[in-house]
Design a binder for this molecule. Sequence first.
Ligand SMILES: Cc1cc2nc3c(=O)[nH]c(=O)nc-3n(C[C@H](O)[C@H](O)[C@H](O)COP(=O)(O)O)c2cc1C
Length: 366
Amino acid sequence: MHFAERFTMPDRRDVLLGSAALALGGLSGCSSTVGGAYDTTMSRLRAPLGPTPDLPDFVRYATLAPNGHNTQPWRFAATRAGVDILPDLSRRTPVVDPDDHHLFVSLGCAAENLAIAASASGRPASIGFDPSGNGRIAIGLASGQSRDLALCRAIPARQSTRSPYDRRAIPVEDLRSLERAAAVPGVSVLLITDPPGRERVLETVLHANDLQMGDPAFMAELMLWLRFNEAAALRTGDGLYSACSGSRTSPTWLGKRMFPLFFTKASETERYTEQLRSSSGIAVFIGDRADRDHWVRVGRSFERFALQATVLGLRHAHVNQPIEVPAVRSAFAKSLGLGDGRPDLVIRFGAAPALPMAMRRAPKIT
Ligand SMILES: Cc1cc2nc3c(=O)[nH]c(=O)nc-3n(C[C@H](O)[C@H](O)[C@H](O)COP(=O)(O)O)c2cc1C
């Protein structure tokens, strides 16, 4: 899930776009600039909540959640108690995510956004998971005091930022606030900030990355979700748009031809080495159990971490290769001292300018 970031190294224009995005994209909820139509749609999707927000606004904020390959594998159904979030199995990525782990983590991220947006609007939310059928997240909405205002304001400003960071050390109190924000029952978070620890993670990322790059099925699935230009990103409202990873745009036919030529194991090794070494730390999320309920919890915990990082002016990006390749995952778990536990997500964090924001499909409620 990380090749989109590698299509080309950013050129000068891309760097300028990134700087413009930083200028426009703070916690105000403004989108980054890519182009007129893209920007207009993005401003609508990421507009701040109005004075009397209701379910459609909460669902819009839910869809701004991070999600694997930006497939947006969710459906929303209004209920008497509030709203259900259901998996959209037509948006699975069966090669990289054969057991729907990432899919349910993504639903957990969306549920947490929805609950935060509702709670900040005086509608305290409860989140439950019903494993029957294909699984369902049931969100209940009550009335009460507004809370989580800072996290709510961070929702439209959060992004996955796949660029090198600025190497700064994060103050201990900020690390503690990230841990506190991420506290969700059933999930642990391991923060790795020491250079030797980060080097060990880097080695595993590079090894697993080589294995993924050598897998034609993985590459073919990824290609389905790549969007090489603004028109393609706008038309589908989903997928991995190259500009969002700091890469050049191109006509789709050209992008598809050039894509396989630009990836060598050597160039990717160099790129990930720079990204990991310039990051301030790595967070590994671990659910107490490997089931859908806990994958949803992991998504909730990760999203709270990502939003708190945004509040602190920090960026984050996934380096999930060690947990996506089953042959590597158990050795990775052991190297972290997790025994037979399953590490669920690997996230690097640090400070960097924003890149353009990723597109979303228009939210729908049935
Ligand atoms: C479960 C999960 C797995 C992900 N895996 C990766 C990954 O391996 N590499 C990567 O660059 N991004 C990964 N992402 C980030 C998504 O690609 C990103 O959230 C999506 O493209 C939307 O962009 P945004 O987060 O900037 O809104 C993952 C996100 C989730 C929730």
